[in-house]
Design a protein around this ligand. Structure first.
Ligand SMILES: [Zn+2]
Length: 75
């Protein structure tokens, strides 16, 4: 299950939440102020064919990507 990053527009708090992909854009309350003026941050992972060899997907989870090529974290 991937971790998504969210940011609160009210207090600028950035936090992460472990959610299923289907819930990635679902509403989430700010962990700091409890407000609902939050939005999901764009993933830092991009799917690209860099030619980099990948280990099996079960060990390549880097938090913000769910496997596959990830130029943001080196996975
Ligand atoms: Zn907040």
């Amino acid at each position: 299950m991937p971790i998504y990053e969210y940011v609160c527009k009210d207090c600028q708090k950035e936090f992460e939440s472990l959610r299923s992909m289907s819930q990635a854009d679902a509403h989430i309350a700010c962990v700091a102020c409890g407000g609902d003026n939050t939005r999901r941050k764009p993933s830092v992972c991009y799917s690209e064919s860099s030619g980099k060899a990948l280990a099996d997907s079960s060990s390549s989870s880097c938090g913000s990507c769910s496997g596959g090529n990830c130029s943001g974290c080196g996975h």
